[in-house]
Write a protein that binds this ligand. Structure first.
Ligand code: FAD
Length: 540
């Protein structure tokens, strides 16, 4: 297989133009081209007011590959294609009686369990929340009726925190073994659109993701795995530095010497339990801020110029960073084109925001977190759980500022910059459900964060015209941008630094940030568990 990079074609090119372009680029006859697949398609919008082009990476099969590669030996855009196939590390023997446990069924736990099931290890998945269908009902009850179910919400339940999301599937992690392709491939097999395999910024949106996740659960069960909902792990069984099992909230004990802990960033009671059990955890940096909303048309215009609204490009996104004079970095986070701001608390009397969208991304507003990086040394000293406590304090205050009924505090951007409480909306309507309460957001975050965001918004307005328009809306607050702790693991074995048999993984353990990277980390720990179980079995 040969890979061609940087092959560009006009946005509206007919489907067969790609074949022609390949043949022309490789200087071969049509008959010599056996097959081709699109590996990646991105677009270059730097000349948005003259021409936007699709840029392709194509993998091709030709009759005489060796001769062709020799002919293009000096051309860095024509090279042998890397092998991106996934190869499992082994298969469980029939005589293996131990079953690995996976705690948490977000993207990390889902991929860990799927891989273990595919390798024949028959994992037992324990998830504190409910299955997709019942979880969706509970989550909507908060958004529509202000009724929170603490064990079943945006954070907890089948599919994890990413279920009600934009379903963005890209990440900046290094991925030399192409685990990300495996994640995408499994999503497509379970019903995600084929295009996620090749578009440069794929997304699947909330509704599609729910179907995909339940199809993957069916596969795990069909392969001999077990998925138990409403099964919260509340304690660990430890013997002489070795994990031997977990205890559930209903008192049941399950034994295993291989437990993957894929908790997500919101399982604060479980972090506390781990600390009590002396599992090594440490505080880590995260970010706090607000969600900002603008009309999507404003972002499309700024990003795509005369191509705004072009059906091939969809709703435009953005990524912004500003280094404030007080030394803080302010950046956009989890941008959701054509989406809504959502109530994302899992705890009573707390308010926290996030964003989601459907596959179509056709809601009126664009939203993103505008957040400030914070770190334990400077901002929340005081031990491994100080970041958790810091988040809790801010979320409780946001609840009060929102009126103590799960509405969120909000302010217009112009008023926020001028330090004046907001009283009425302009043209931009907030999408947050169950609703927002206008006022002053300054008391909701530490002064250094407010100062940095005040400085950043006009700076962002220079990059995206209208970003700092007076009636854009800030909704508070963002606190769960990533985990406030790291459950540190050994680099080689991926086990906890001081508890053998415990495999901390995914976002909650501080090893992922986003759906794709959590899925990739799930694959890595599944492989580590498989290797260890095979080695232990062979020794006995
Ligand atoms: P999680 O998805 O948080 O899953 C952890 C699971 O563990 C949960 O289901 C929880 O119930 C369970 N659990 C916790 N403790 C226990 C226990 N003691 N016993 C049993 N089960 C337990 N990322 C993107 O890449 N793209 C996006 O578009 C995107 N949008 C998002 C939108 C929203 C609203 C939110 C909240 C997040 C979004 N994210 C997005 C972030 C993404 O969801 C997370 O990075 C990802 O889900 C982390 O995966 P994870 O498996 O590590 O943890």
């Amino acid at each position: 297989m040969i890979r061609i990079t940087e092959l560009s074609l006009p946005l509206d090119h007919p489907a067969d133009a790609l074949r022609e372009a390949i043949v022309t680029r490789l200087q071969i006859s049509a008959a010599e081209l056996i097959n081709f697949t699109v590996f990646k398609r991105s677009y270059d919008a730097r000349k948005k007011n003259s021409v936007i082009l699709f840029i392709y990476i194509i993998d091709v099969e030709v009759r005489d590959e060796a001769a062709l590669l020799q002919r293009f030996a000096d051309d860095k855009h024509i090279r042998p294609a890397p092998d991106t196939h996934y190869y499992p590390v082994g298969h469980a023997p029939d005589s293996l009686s131990e079953r690995p446990i996976v705690v948490g069924f977000g993207p990390c736990g889902l991929f860990a369990a799927l891989l273990l099931a595919q390798m024949g290890f028959k994992p037992i998945v324990l998830e504190r929340g409910k299955d997709v269908r019942r979880r969706t009902k509970d989550t909507w009850a908060l958004w529509r009726k202000k009724t929170l179910t603490p064990e079943s919400n945006v954070q907890f339940g089948e599919g994890g925190a990413g279920l009600f999301s934009d379903g963005k599937l890209y990440s900046q992690i290094k991925d030399p073994k192409f685990y990300g392709r495996k994640v995408m491939h499994e999503f497509v097999r379970a019903g995600a659109p084929e295009e996620i395999m090749y578009v440069s910024k794929p997304h699947i949106g909330t509704f599609r993701l729910t179907g995909v996740v339940s199809t993957m659960r069916e596969e795990i069960i069909a392969l001999g795995g077990e998925v138990r909902f409403e099964s919260k792990v509340t304690d660990l069984v430890i013997n002489d530095g070795q994990l031997e099992g977990v205890v559930l909230a209903n008192g049941e004990t399950l034994h295993s010497r291989h437990v993957i802990l894929a908790l997500g960033h919101s399982s604060r009671d479980t972090f506390r339990m781990l600390h009590r059990q002396n599992v090594f955890i440490e505080a880590k940096p995260f970010a706090v801020g607000f969600r900002i909303e603008h009309p999507q048309s404003l972002i499309n215009q700024a990003r795509l110029g005369k191509y705004a609204g072009h059906p091939q490009l969809g709703a435009a996104d953005y990524k912004l960073v500003h280094h404030a004079q007080n030394g803080r970095a302010v950046y956009s986070f989890c941008m959701c084109p054509g989406g809504t701001v959502v109530a994302a608390t899992s705890e009573p009397e707390r308010v926290v925001t996030n964003g989601m969208s459907q596959y179509s991304r056709n809601e009126r507003n664009a939203n993103a977190g505008i957040v400030v990086g914070i770190n334990p040394e400077q901002d929340f000293p005081g031990g491994p759980l100080a970041g958790v406590e810091f988040q809790e304090r801010l979320e409780s205050r946001a609840y009060e500022l929102g009126g103590s009924d799960y509405c969120a505090p909000a302010q217009l951007v112009g008023d926020f910059i001028r330090g004046k409480a907001s009283r009425e909306f302009g043209e931009v309507e907030p999408s947050y459900k169950p609703g927002v309460r206008l006022g002053d957001l300054a008391p909701s975050l530490p002064d250094y964060a407010i100062e940095a965001i005040r400085e950043a918004l006009p700076a962002f307005g220079k990059q995206i015209r209208g970003f700092d328009r007076d009636d854009a809306i800030l909704t508070g607050i963002e606190t769960r941008t990533s985990s406030p702790v790291r459950i540190t693991r050994d680099y080689e074995t991926l086990q906890s630094l001081n508890l053998k048999g415990l495999y901390p993984a995914g976002e909650g353990a501080g090893y992922a940030g986003g759906i794709l990277s959590a899925g990739v980390d799930g694959i890595k720990v599944a492989e580590a568990v498989a290797r260890s179980m095979l080695a232990t079995h062979n020794d006995t």
